[in-house]
Design a protein around this ligand. Structure first.
Ligand code: ADP
Ligand SMILES: O=c1ccn([C@H]2C[C@H](O)[C@@H](COP(=O)(O)O)O2)c(=O)[nH]1
Length: 280
């Protein structure tokens, strides 16, 4: 038996011995170590660590024959309606909703990295995006309290959309981009980030600009239409054309330019697909 297999066996045995309360923590540790040892069975490791009588079936965790733990990312441009969508689904029992930790980005120990980034992206882009990466990772790894988790954005969009935009627009120095990329690659290669479905709220940059002005978040008052157009293009390349970066789950596209009433109707129409973690 190789050293790696020996370690894996010991890890599984000790993880399974742990009490159910400790299961999520052990899941995390084992998932991290599975990836570190180059084990391709990251998801299986998670499952085994979680419970003795848990099986792994087509990307989903099931226990005693019942489906459990589905993770859905809600992606889309700034002010496309992600929070509003999450608020709607939060009224459903058995769905846990995680909004973006924007309040943290606006206040870390009395500092406002979001505001600083909009004022001077070249100086503060790395500061904000480092903190976004940390806080999103913390969200991804937090213990699930319901069978379904709907989460606003992800560590992927932070990197593939926002960091990429800063760099491509010449507002992030190459060294900052390199350091953030190294961090991102280390995280995604060593830590299992669960996701079953990406819901993309596809809205025009013009609609987002209108809604953003209406929302009137202080830091965002200086955002021009061109910024939203650039973010839109990156989202389209990533999730529609699929030409830029890895897409970690199937994508369900929901057109999001309609008024609130029609949007709520669309969410209802797509409810089953979302809860099944399916884009068809
Ligand atoms: N379908 C809609 N029609 C009109 N206004 C909307 C719609 N959805 C959301 N809004 C408003 O647009 C603004 C941005 O919505 P929000 O859900 O906060 O977007 P996001 O979370 O994507 O940034 C808010 O003021 C919200 O009330
Ligand atoms: O990686 C990121 C993620 C978000 N932001 C900015 C964009 C917005 O100003 C806020 C929150 O976005 P919403 O779409 O309103 O939820 O944070 C960023 O700069 N980098």
């Amino acid at each position: 038996m190789s050293f790696n297999s020996l370690c894996m066996n010991n890890l599984w045995r000790s993880a399974i011995r742990l009490s159910s309360n400790a299961a999520v923590t052990s899941t995390r540790l084992v998932a991290i170590r599975c990836k570190r040892f180059g084990d391709k069975r990251g998801e299986l490791c998670q499952t085994r660590a979680h419970s003795n009588n848990t099986q792994h079936v087509s990307r989903k965790l099931v226990r005693n024959g019942k489906e459990k733990k589905l993770v859905v990312f809600i992606e889309g441009n700034i002010a496309s309606g992600k929070t509003t969508c999450l608020e709607y689904f939060s009224k459903t029992s058995n769905i846990e909703v995680l909004t973006e930790p924007v309040s943290k980005w606006r206040n870390v120990r009395g500092h406002n990295p979001l505001g600083l980034m909009y004022q001077d992206p070249t100086r503060w882009g790395i500061t904000l995006q480092t903190y976004v990466q940390l806080t999103m990772l913390d969200r991804h790894l937090s213990t699930m309290s319901a069978p379904v988790r709907m989460m606003e954005r992800s560590i992927y969009s932070a990197k593939y959309i926002f960091v990429e935009n800063l760099f491509r627009s010449g507002k992030m120095p190459e060294v900052d981009f390199a350091v953030l990329s190294e961090w991102f690659e280390w995280i995604t290669q060593n830590i299992a980030i669960p996701v079953d479905l990406i819901v993309y709220l596809q809205s025009s940059p013009q609609t987002c600009h209108e809604r953003l002005k209406e929302r009137c978040r202080e830091e965002e008052k200086i955002i021009p239409l061109e910024y939203l157009e650039a973010i839109h293009q990156l989202y389209e390349d990533w999730l529609i054309k699929k030409t830029s970066f890895n897409v970690p789950a199937p994508v369900l596209v929901i057109p999001a330019d309609d008024d609130l009433q029609k949007m709520l109707h669309q969410y209802e129409e797509n409810r089953e697909k979302i809860l099944a973690g399916s884009n068809v």
